[in-house]
Design a protein around this ligand. Structure first.
Ligand code: 13P
Ligand code: SF4
Length: 308
């Protein structure tokens, strides 16, 4: 029996559905029931009736699913796959800003964060809804954690808000080098530059489209150009290539390839093993989960349709 057949059998036995983020390896995306960005997968989990979700991605994504769908069993095939930025929330800064600005401050927590950080926050956002949610908040002062780049991007688009950030960032996106993007653009002047808002400001400045992984994938399938320079983790290439099925479009990456090594830790063997042994289950202290769920639910309420 092939490993894919084994996974299928265990899935039926466990009443399980497999989720995969766009940054996981192609063979993982191919066996997943749903592939999406962090927002789409968290919301989708609340709409499904299965008992078990196997989350192929990093820990904070599985935790968001568990917080929003506490009655489901959520399994991480590789429990060590973690997002380093999730641990960069400056809790002292949250206390300082609350003391300084009182009710005119909102603490906005990017979902790429720990459960503990979410529990200290007013509302969560993802890269697809951060701009619209922050724009709707009544408070003028916004502490945006942990991503200084996404926070500064939101601030640049909403100049009436006072956006305060810490120093957190994604090591993969932060190290995308604008010079490497410029070199590609010089060699391919008609290419459209696609950048995730976790990129540093220099890269964002040369981008034609800035958005979540879903937004970038959609732009790569529908924009009129033949060539795309992609400034996000290389895992998106699989979906971009599938959606560009006429082979007319091509995708170019900076020569220092942006790879999310945590996402790459998820393998077919680990998916099979976690379903077979029911290990890698996400467990969150109930009182903490109650506090961390509120900002996530607030995000769902405030998201009309994810914009970018
Ligand atoms: P998306 O929300 O766009 O899927 O991004 C998640 C992420 O971790 C980007 O690095
Ligand atoms: Fe975290 Fe960066 Fe990987 Fe996204 S690409 S999961 S932000 S380390």
């Amino acid at each position: 029996m092939s490993i894919v057949e084994e996974i299928d059998n265990y899935k039926k036995e466990r009443d399980a559905v497999i989720f995969a983020h766009y940054y996981t390896q192609p063979e993982i995306q191919d066996i997943a029931d749903y592939v999406g960005d962090s927002f789409a997968l968290a919301r989708l989990a609340t709409e499904l009736e299965c008992k078990t979700i196997v989350f192929c991605g990093v820990r904070f994504m599985g935790e968001s699913v568990k917080l929003l769908s506490p009655e489901k069993t959520v399994l991480l095939p590789e429990p060590k796959a973690d997002c380093p930025m999730a641990h960069m929330v400056p809790t002292g800064l949250i206390e300082d800003c609350r003391a300084r600005y009182g009710d005119d401050l909102a603490v906005v927590c990017y979902v790429n964060s720990t459960v503990e950080a979410k529990a200290l926050s007013d509302v969560c956002v993802t890269s697809s809804n951060a701009l619209s949610i922050v724009g709707e908040l009544p408070q003028r002062h916004v502490l945006f954690v942990p991503d200084k780049h996404l926070g500064s991007y939101v601030g640049s688009r909403l100049p009436k808000k006072n956006i305060i950030t810490g120093h957190g960032c994604c090591p993969v996106h932060d190290s995308i080098d604008v010079e490497e993007v410029r070199e590609l653009k010089a060699a391919h002047p008609n290419a459209i530059v696609l950048a995730h808002p976790e990129c540093n400001e220099e890269v964002r400045k040369v981008a034609d489209v800035i958005g979540s992984t879903s937004r970038l994938i959609s732009a790569a399938a529908h924009a009129p150009a033949r060539e795309y320079i992609v400034a996000t983790a290389v895992g998106v290439e699989h979906r971009m290539a599938l959606d560009a099925d006429d082979a007319w479009r091509s995708f170019l990456y900076p020569k220092t390839l942006p790879v999310c090594s945590d996402m790459a830790m998820v393998t077919l063997e680990k998916v099979r093993d976690c379903l077979r042994d029911m290990n890698g289950e996400i467990e969150i202290d109930l009182a903490l989960a109650e506090r961390a769920r509120k900002p996530l639910e607030c995000m769902l309420e405030l998201t009309k349709e994810p914009g970018w």
